[in-house]
Every structure is written in C-alpha cells, then in structure tokens.
Ligand binder design. Structure first.
Ligand SMILES: [Zn+2]
Length: 294
C-alpha cells in the first residue's frame, strides 16, 4: 500500500505538472466518471491544485469539481510528456488528464470519484481524515491530542493499529507503523490505554520527523529511518535503511535482540518489533494494581 509520503510525493508531482494549466483532453474507462464528464466536461477547466489528504489524492478543477482517487494497493499516477510511451499497459489505464504537452495517467486506481465541494463535505465514502502528518495544520500538540482522544474512546485498541487508523492520524502506512513504534520504544501490541501522554507525544513527534525527512530528501520510493552508524563507506542497501521493518530474524540495530514479526489487526498487516527495546506493558501494570491482584 502506498505510504502517506508516497501519496504526498505523487500529489506534489501532479501539482507541479498540472497546476494552473487548462485541461485539453480528459479520458476515462470508469463509467461514473465518464457520466460526469459528459454532463459537465473536464476539458476546458483549469487544474487549480493537487493535494494529498492521508492516502487520498485530490485534483481540484475550476468550476467546483474535484477528482478524488485512492490508490489502495495497486493504483498509481504517472506523469508523461504527451505522446510519450506509458510505463504501464493501456488496459490498466483508468484516467488520463491531458494539459497540452503534459499528461497525467492513473493506472489501476480502484477508487475514483468526482465531487463538488459540497458532496466532498457530505460524502460518507470519503473518510473524515484525522490530522495529516504531512499537512500544514499538523502540530505535535494536535496529533498528541488526537491520540489521547482515541485512547479515551477506544482504550483497547492496539497502538500499531491506531497508527494505521487514518481517522486518527492520516498518512501513516504499514512501514512507518513499525518504525515509529520502534523509535518510540513502544511495543506495537500494547493497548493504547497503557500508553502514557509522554509516549503518545513521542510517537507524534517521531511520526512527523520520519515522514517529513523522507519527503524532504526525495529518496525515491525507499523509506529511510535508520541512517547510522556510518563506519563504512559501502553504500547501504535498502535493508540497511530501516530499524525493524522486514527484519524479522535479524539482530536489533540497537540491542542485538532478534527482531520478531507477527500479523496484526483486521487486515492481518505485518508488524515488526524488538522485544527488548519495545517491552510489553499490560493494562494492569499501567493501572497501578499490585501484581498479587492480577
Ligand atoms: Zn532492540
């Protein structure tokens, strides 16, 4: 699944390529989009801006029309010079927006909808997203508050699942989930009720730091959280760039304990952690009950 930062990068690239330009042709294989295009043509509208909100990409056209796409596992947006050969088969094409000499092509996007600002506001298909970790309204205080509110309403939720919940914080995907929990020293299976305010604040702070760093440095699609120690001049391979993700059976970079992996949550997503750096804390310990009463 594309992580929030890769959606953010895709939206930024689309914005740079299309914003301010007039659509010269619009093509789609999706019937609901085609119907809207027939009634209220996209051709002739100006692309006002492109934004990422969590895992959604929003392309705003003049005349109060917005194209919303969700990439899920397989979808992607490509940008081409008009006439350039596509890097994916034509059969995978769902939407083509041409603005003169530049073309944005959506392949395999499973969710694509047109909205007016009003329907976007009302739509139940569009989740009301939490605070976007990469958004302009993000602050560590606001993110910590959102996590605390979720702790209040869903005390039994496991923290790694909370990190993936786009209605709490938007933009964190499965790789960051494990990396953030590791860096915060928090066992990913802990119920959120066992997690202190200080730990929640640390989680929010690390989430922002990791995701911003990966956007800012434009490292391509590879996510980097682990950058040291720099004792060697050999270029690090991708496996050397993360603390725990996909490192089960290998030694923890901090303490040498063997990294573990277990499936977690409704989607049975893989979760990686170091049992020493991220010790288990159960609900009774946090509530301060003496161990003899357990
Ligand atoms: Zn460790």
């Amino acid at each position: 699944m594309p992580e929030g930062d890769s959606i953010f990068r895709a939206a930024r690239a689309l914005h740079r390529a299309l914003a301010g330009k007039v659509v010269t042709s619009f093509e789609t294989t999706l019937a609901p989009l085609e119907r809207v295009n027939d009634d209220t043509p996209i051709r002739g509208r100006t692309v006002e801006r492109v934004e990422a909100r969590g895992k959604w990409c929003l392309i705003f056209f003049s005349g109060d029309l917005t194209l919303l796409t969700h990439m899920r596992m397989s979808g992607s947006w490509h940008i081409y010079k008009t006439g350039e050969r596509w890097q994916a088969p034509r059969a995978a094409m769902r939407v083509v927006i041409t603005c003169g000499d530049v073309q944005a092509v959506a392949f395999h996007v499973p969710v694509a909808e047109f909205h007016t600002s009003r329907s976007l506001e009302r739509s139940e298909n569009v989740p009301k997203l939490g605070i976007d970790v990469l958004g302009t309204s993000f602050s560590i205080d606001a993110a910590t508050r959102a996590l605390r509110e979720h702790r209040q309403s869903h005390p039994d939720a496991e923290i790694a699942n909370v990190l993936l919940n786009q209605r709490v914080l938007a933009g964190i995907g499965n790789v960051y989930k494990s990396e953030i929990a590791f860096a915060a020293g928090v066992n990913p299976f802990r119920k959120i009720q066992t997690i202190s305010d200080r730990e929640l604040e640390r989680i929010a702070e690390i989430a922002e730091r990791y995701m911003r760093a990966n956007v800012a440095e434009d490292k391509g699609e590879a996510i980097v959280t682990y950058t040291g120690p720099r004792r060697t001049t050999h270029a690090m391979n991708q496996g050397a760039r993360l603390w725990v993700y996909r490192r089960q059976g290998q030694e923890c970079r901090r303490c040498g304990t063997i990294i573990e992996m277990r499936r977690q949550g409704t989607g049975a997503r893989s979760t990686y952690w170091c049992p020493s750096c991220q010790p288990w804390v159960d609900a009774n310990e946090r509530s301060g009950r003496p161990s003899s009463e357990r």
